[in-house]
Write a protein that binds this ligand. Structure first.
Ligand SMILES: Cc1cc2nc3c(=O)[nH]c(=O)nc-3n(C[C@H](O)[C@H](O)[C@H](O)COP(=O)(O)O)c2cc1C
Length: 345
C-alpha cells in the first residue's frame, strides 16, 4: 500500500450514518451562501445522486427572531431528505434559539458553521474565528445540544492559520459536547480558497473521533474523491464548487463508490439542466417579488453565476455573461447546445 493510502480498495465508504440517518451515497452538497438556495438544490436533486443537501448559512440572530428573509433561506422541499440547515454566530444562547427554530421547521439535522472566512463574520468571532476560541466552541455546542433533539453537526476548516491548524482538537471538543458528525475543509481561514493542498488534519481528526468525519475541499470528480478518501480515511465527502461546474458529480462519485459503470452526460442533459435551473430561479425570484425590485434581473444574475462555472466554452460563457436580458442569455445557450448536439449526431 502507498504511504499515503489509508484505505484498501474494498474499504471505500458507500454510505455513512449520522445517528439513525443514512447518508447514501457518502457524498453531499456543501452549503454555499448565494448558491445553494432552493433553486440550486432543486437542480442538484433533479439530477440526483447526492447523499444530503445543505442550506446556505443563516445568521442565528436573524433566525432566532424569525425574520422572514432568513426563515425563507431555511426552507426546504417536503421531499428534500436528508437536508441540513446551517446556522452561524458566536453567542451560545442565540445559536441555541436559532437551532430550536430550525428544529421546528423539521429538517434532518442542524449544522453549525465554524468555517466561514469572511471578514464580516470573523470580526464578530463567528465562522472560522471560532476555531481560535476552544472554550467558546465548547459552550456553543453544549448549549445548542441541550436546546434540540435533532442530530447536530459542525463544519469547520483545518484551522485559523498555518500556526493554528487545530481542527482535530476543536472537532474533539465538538464531539465531546454532542456533535454527531464533523465536516472539515482542508484549508485554513488564512488560505481562504487557495493554499497548498494538505489533508493531514482531516486524517488526524478521523483518528481522534468516533463520529463520522466528512472530507471537503477541491473534490470535483472521481479522481479527487478517491484521493481524499484514500489519504484521510474519511467517512464521506462534501462537494461545493465542483457541483456548479458539474452537478452530475454526485452521481459520478456515487457510481464509482458502488463499483457501477461510469455515468455518461450528454449535451442534451446539460442543456436541460442549465435551462431548467433558469426557470427555477425565475419562479423563485418571482415569488420574492415584494423584496426584489427586479426579479428577472435577479434570476439572470444567478443564471450567470452558474453559467460561469457550468459552461466550459469561453465564447458562449462570455456571451452569456454579457447578456442584458434573460432572452439574450437563453438564445446564446440554445445556439451553443444546438451546435454541440449537431456535432454529436
Ligand atoms: C460561494 C461560496 C459560498 C460559501 N458559503 C458557505 C456557507 O454558507 N457555509 C459554509 O459552511 N461554507 C460555505 N462555503 C464553503 C464551502 O461549503 C466549502 O467548504 C468550500 O467551498 C470548499 O469546498 P469545495 O472545494 O468543494 O468548493 C462557501 C463557498 C463558496 C465558494
Amino acid at each position: 500500500m502507498h504511504a499515503n493510502t489509508r484505505l484498501g480498495p474494498r474499504h471505500l465508504p458507500v454510505s455513512y450514518t449520522v445517528r439513525d440517518v443514512e447518508v447514501c451515497p457518502a457524498v453531499v452538497l456543501a452549503p454555499m451562501e448565494g448558491v445553494t438556495d432552493l433553486a440550486f438544490r432543486r437542480l442538484v436533486r433533479s439530477i440526483g445522486g447526492t447523499g444530503m443537501t445543505w442550506t446556505e448559512f443563516i445568521p442565528s440572530a436573524g433566525l432566532s427572531r424569525g425574520e422572514e428573509r432568513w426563515v425563507q433561506m431555511a426552507e426546504f422541499d417536503d421531499d428534500e431528505w436528508p437536508v441540513a440547515v446551517q446556522i452561524y454566530g458566536n453567542e451560545p444562547a442565540l445559536l441555541a434559539e436559532a437551532a430550536r427554530f430550525v428544529q421546528d421547521l423539521g429538517p434532518t439535522l442542524v449544522d453549525i458553521n465554524m468555517g466561514c472566512p469572511s471578514k464580516k463574520v470573523c470580526k464578530n468571532s463567528g465562522g472560522s474565528a471560532l476555531m481560535k476560541e476552544p472554550d467558546l466552541v465548547r459552550r456553543i455546542v453544549a448549549e445548542v445540544r441541550a436546546a434540540v433533539q435533532l442530530p447536530l453537526t459542525v463544519k469547520m476548516r483545518s484551522g485559523f492559520d498555518a500556526g493554528q491548524r487545530n481542527a482535530p482538537e476543536i472537532a474533539r471538543i465538538c464531539q465531546e459536547e454532542g456533535a454527531e458528525a464533523i465536516t472539515i475543509h482542508w484549508r485554513t481561514r488564512e488560505d481562504r480558497y487557495s493554499g497548498e493542498r494538505a489533508v493531514d488534519k482531516i486524517a488526524e481528526t478521523v483518528d481522534r473521533l468516533s463520529v463520522p468525519v466528512i472530507g471537503n475541499g477541491d473534490v470535483v470528480d472521481v479522481a479527487s474523491a478517491e484521493a481524499m478518501l484514500r489519504e484521510t480515511g474519511c467517512d464521506g465527502l462534501m462537494v461545493g464548487r465542483g457541483a456548479m461546474k458539474d452537478p452530475w458529480v454526485f452521481q459520478k462519485i456515487g457510481a464509482w463508490l458502488r463499483a457501477e459503470p461510469p455515468v455518461v452526460v450528454t449535451p442534451a442533459d446539460r442543456r436541460a439542466a442549465l435551462l431548467g435551473y433558469l426557470e427555477r430561479c425565475r419562479r423563485q425570484f418571482a415569488r420574492d417579488q415584494g423584496r426584489r425590485s427586479n426579479p428577472e434581473q435577479a434570476a439572470l444574475g444567478r443564471f450567470k453565476q452558474l453559467s460561469k462555472h457550468f459552461l466550459d466554452d469561453d465564447d458562449v460563457r462570455t456571451a452569456v455573461l454579457r447578456s442584458q436580458t434573460v432572452d439574450q442569455a437563453v438564445a446564446h445557450v440554445q445556439r451553443h447546445f444546438d451546435a454541440l448536439e449537431e456535432r454529436a449526431a
